[in-house]
Design a protein. Structure first.
Length: 275
C-alpha cells in the first residue's frame, strides 16, 4: 500500500525527519504530521466586538454581518504515529483536537504543512454515512458496504455489530428508523459499525463518552484489539480515565499548539497540574 498525501492524494515523498523503520515492519510510521497549520475561514463574520449593542444595531439596520474572519485552529503541529500505537488527544475546549483529527482523516486541507498517511484513515462516525429514515438494520448493512465490507462479510458480522451496540437490549429498536434513536444510541451504532472492520488508522472522537459503562468497556476492549491487529488508533476524549485505560501515548494541544507529546502518565500528570 502506498503512502498518500491526504492534501493532494499524490504518493508521499519519504519523510525527511525522524527514524524510518522498514515500511510494513512493526512500529512503521502510519501518520506523519509535518508542521501542520489549519485555518478556518468564517464567512459573514461580524467586524465589531460582538457586543449586544452592535448585534442589536445590525438587526435594526437589517444588515448582515459582513467580512471574513480566520480562525487559526491548529498551529505548526508535528508528530509521527506508528503501527500499534494508541494515541490520546487531550486539551481544553477549542484547543484544536477535533480539527487535527479531521485533518488526519483528510477531511480538512492544511493551510500549510503536510499530513502523510499509510493506508486509509477512518474517522469513526463520519465514514459510516447513516440515514435517519432507514432502520438500524438497513443502516448496519449500508454502513458495512460503505466501509468496503462484502455482502457476505456484512452478513457474518451483522449480529455482532447489533450486539456490540446494545441497541436491542431494551426492545426491538434495530428494526425502527434511526430518527427514533436517542443521540447516544445513534452514536453507539455508528461506533459499532465502524469498529466491525480492521482499520490501518482509526480516528475516534469522544465515542467513548456515549453510552453506559458497559458499552464504554466493550469499546475500550475493541480499541485494544484493533491496536493488536496492527493499526494505529487516535482517541479524542475529555475523559482522562478512558485515555489512561486505552492509550499509551498522548498529544496535548492548547490553543492549537502541541504542548507535550509523550507517555500517557507523564502527559496526563502535567495536564492535570495545568488544570
Ligand atoms: N467549522 C469551523 N469553522 C470555524 N471555526 C471552527 C470550526 N470548527 C472549529 N472551529 C474553531 O477552531 C478551534 C478548534 O476547535 P476544535 O473543535 O478543533 O477544538 P477541540 O479541542 O476539539 O474542542 P472541544 O474539546 O470543545 O470539542 C476553536 O477555536 C473553534 O471555535
Amino acid at each position: 500500500m502506498a503512502d498518500t498525501d491526504t492534501r493532494t492524494g499524490h504518493p508521499a515523498p519519504a519523510p525527511t525527519a525522524g527514524p524510518h523503520p522498514a515500511a510494513g515492519g512493526a512500529g512503521a510510521p502510519t501518520v506523519i504530521a509535518d508542521d501542520v497549520h489549519i485555518v478556518y475561514k468564517v464567512h459573514g463574520a461580524g467586524s465589531g466586538r460582538g457586543s449586544a449593542v452592535s448585534a442589536l444595531s445590525r438587526l435594526a439596520r437589517r444588515t448582515a454581518a459582513a467580512g471574513t474572519r480566520e480562525v487559526h485552529a491548529v498551529r505548526g503541529v508535528t508528530f509521527v504515529a506508528r503501527k500499534g500505537e494508541a494515541i490520546g488527544l487531550i486539551g481544553s475546549n477549542g484547543s484544536g483536537k477535533s480539527t487535527l483529527l479531521r485533518a488526519v482523516a483528510g477531511l480538512l486541507p492544511p493551510a500549510s504543512g503536510r499530513v502523510y498517511t499509510h493506508g486509509q484513515p477512518s474517522l469513526l462516525g463520519v465514514n459510516a454515512a447513516l440515514m435517519n429514515d432507514l432502520t438500524g438494520e438497513k443502516n448496519v448493512v449500508l454502513g458495512g458496504l460503505a466501509m468496503g465490507l462484502s455482502r457476505e462479510e456484512v452478513r457474518e458480522r451483522y449480529q455482532d455489530i447489533v450486539d456490540f451496540s446494545g441497541i436491542d437490549e431494551k426492545g426491538d429498536f434495530i428494526s425502527l428508523p434511526m430518527r427514533t434513536y436517542s443521540s447516544g444510541m445513534a452514536a453507539r451504532l455508528r461506533f459499532s459499525i465502524g469498529a466491525a472492520r480492521n482499520h490501518d488508522v482509526l480516528l475516534i472522537d469522544e465515542a467513548l463518552a456515549t453510552g453506559d459503562r458497559a458499552f464504554q468497556r466493550r469499546s475500550e476492549e475493541r480499541i485494544r484489539e484493533l491496536r493488536e491487529e496492527a493499526g494505529t488508533v487516535f482517541l479524542v476524549s475529555h475523559n482522562n480515565n478512558s485515555i489512561r485505560d486505552t492509550c499509551d501515548r498522548v498529544l496535548w494541544l492548547e490553543k492549537g499548539e502541541l504542548l507535550m507529546d509523550g507517555p500517557t502518565e507523564d502527559v496526563l500528570a502535567a495536564y492535570e497540574d495545568f488544570r
